[in-house]
Ligand binder design. Structure first.
Ligand code: NAP
Length: 474
């Protein structure tokens, strides 16, 4: 169903939604089109007039309510996410919590949209700056975190006083529908949030990008599509924020505990089967500890179990589609042809019924070099490529040698090294002996081609506000 102007509506056609763990159809979604998108934008424009006039306290109450409902439905939402996207149930529960946290965080931040009184240059003059909502927001979200990527946009937009038209990823419209049911059941007035699932991303995207009533575009997805969206938005001078791809380095310095670091990599690299924008894509290990590190990592990776995420003990879910499997496999083949060694994995998994789904074995590669595709391209799959280094200066340069700049990780017990790496790495999020540097209260976002702007934290709401200056002569 489409959700437009407070009503669940049918569309002219529908498309199937599949479980990537076994290829079964798990439901259908309305296939929104251009005219549905226009209607949704019109509804959002009308609703903006009243929603933006509510007090921050009133908007906050709706977000609190939505948070409470999402928490009540946590288990059902997590199960649906596992069915539709494939991540193991425990990870899905964590994501629902993370998604709900944005509703709670921005319920609070709504009340902190402060302005400024600025000293004016003339005695008879006063300057006051206020911040107001930008208007109707067009939001586009990906499949890999199908609930939290929605609330990370919708919660700050609503807190700021904006209204939203959202197009979710084609692979995960059912999670999006459930999030919008939460928002609807929280009593959020009609037209404030609108949902257009669709199998025609370019058509919906074009309407959002060219319609004069949409004042801002917020996008999470690949750098490739992000560049196109940014270009189109620029033509119409629409504000834009972008959360794009990543290619995270994971640096293990000579003084680090190699066993602890290997444990860290085994947890963060294989999270969501490597389908995370902050997933480590190049693991730089000092040559003096590389052997212990690699052995420990292999021991842990051998214990990972692939399968249907609803089954107990499964830690590796399926990849999203055939193209994803092919991309991962081509990167592994390319690395092997150019001299890397395979320590574990490196093949599609077909045994025990996994042939019905889209499974690739957790893989460890050693001897990876910068000539290999995996050294440059985002993998988005369960492959851990190990690169050894001998000098600290060299590794910072290697880590920064990418057009991506989202996340980076550093393992060291030396405080000076930790601080200097934190300062020198050109990435927006740095985990120092920490594999989970994310939370609703913390700014998330990338440098270079990994994005523009930040989501979450205090900064997240700024993306939905305009600053207006008043000069008063007295
Ligand atoms: P994607 O292919 O770029 O798609 C993202 C969204 O854009 C989907 O809703 C997609 O619709 C839509 N889209 C595709 N072409 C479009 C067009 N021409 N006009 C308008 N919308 C269009 O990315 P993805 O494969 O879903 O997600 C994986 C990527 O997202 C990775 O690169 C990952 O690093 C990045 N990501 C970044 C963050 C972050 O916070 N930085 C978080 C999560 C993911 P369809 O589904 O219909 O194709």
């Amino acid at each position: 169903m489409l959700y437009i102007d407070g009503q669940w509506r049918k569309s002219e056609s529908e498309f199937n939604v599949y479980n990537p763990a076994n290829g079964e159809v798990i439901g259908t979604a309305a296939d929104g089109n251009k005219s549905d998108t226009k209607n949704a934008i019109e509804a959002a424009k009308t609703a903006f007039a009243s929603w933006s006039k509510l007090t921050a306290y009133e908007r906050s109450r709706y977000l609190y309510k939505a948070y409470e409902i999402m928490m009540e439905r946590k288990e059902d939402l997590a199960r649906l996410m596992t069915l539709e996207q494939g991540k193991p149930l425990k990870a899905a529960r964590n994501e629902v919590q993370y998604g709900a946290d944005f509703l709670l965080w921005y319920a609070e931040e709504a009340k902190r949209i402060y302005g400024e009184v600025i000293p004016a240059p003339r005695k008879d003059q006063r300057f006051i700056a206020i911040r107001q909502p930008v208007g109707v927001v067009g939001a586009i979200t990906p499949w890999n975190y199908p609930i939290s990527m929605i609330t990370r946009k919708v919660a700050p937009a609503l807190a700021a006083g904006c209204t939203v038209v959202l197009k979710p990823a084609e692979q995960t419209p059912l999670c999006a529908i459930e999030v919008f049911k939460v928002l609807a059941d929280a009593g959020i007035p009609k037209g404030v949030v609108n949902l257009i699932p669709s199998s025609q991303p370019a058509v919906i995207g074009e309407e959002l990008l060219t319609n004069q009533d949409v004042k801002k575009i917020t996008f999470t997805g690949s750098t490739e599509v992000g560049k196109y969206i940014a270009e189109m938005a620029a033509r119409n001078v629409k504000r834009v924020s972008m959360e794009l791809g990543g290619h995270a380095p994971f640096i293990v310095f000579e003084d680090a505990d190699p066993v602890h670091a290997a444990k860290g990599v085994s947890l963060v690299k294989f999270l969501n089967t490597g389908q995370a924008c902050i997933s480590p894509n190049r693991i730089f290990v000092h040559s003096s500890i590389a052997e212990t590190f690699t052995e420990t990592l292999m021991d842990r990776v051998r214990k990972l179990k692939a399968g249907n995420g609803l089954e107990e003990g499964v830690s590796i879910g399926p990849l999203v589609d055939e193209a994803a499997i092919e991309k991962v496999h081509l990167q592994v083949q390319d690395a092997l042809e150019k001299g890397a060694s395979i320590k574990l994995g490196g093949e599609r998994l077909n045994d025990n019924g996994l042939d019905k789904g889209l499974f690739y074995s957790p893989t460890v590669l050693s001897g990876v070099t910068k000539e290999m595709r995996i050294y440059r391209e985002e993998t988005f799959g369960p492959v851990a490529p190990i690169i050894t280094f001998d000098h600290d200066e060299e590794v910072i340069e290697m880590a920064n040698d990418t057009h991506y700049g989202l996340a980076a990780y550093v393992y060291t017990q030396n405080l000076s090294k930790a601080l200097s790496s934190f300062e020198q790495l050109n990435f927006g999020i740095i985990g120092i002996n920490d594999i989970n540097p994310t939370a609703a209260a913390a700014p998330f976002g990338g440098m270079k081609e990994s994005g523009l702007g930040r989501e979450g934290g205090r900064e997240g709401i700024d993306e939905y506000l305009e600053t207006k200056l008043g000069g008063f002569s007295i």
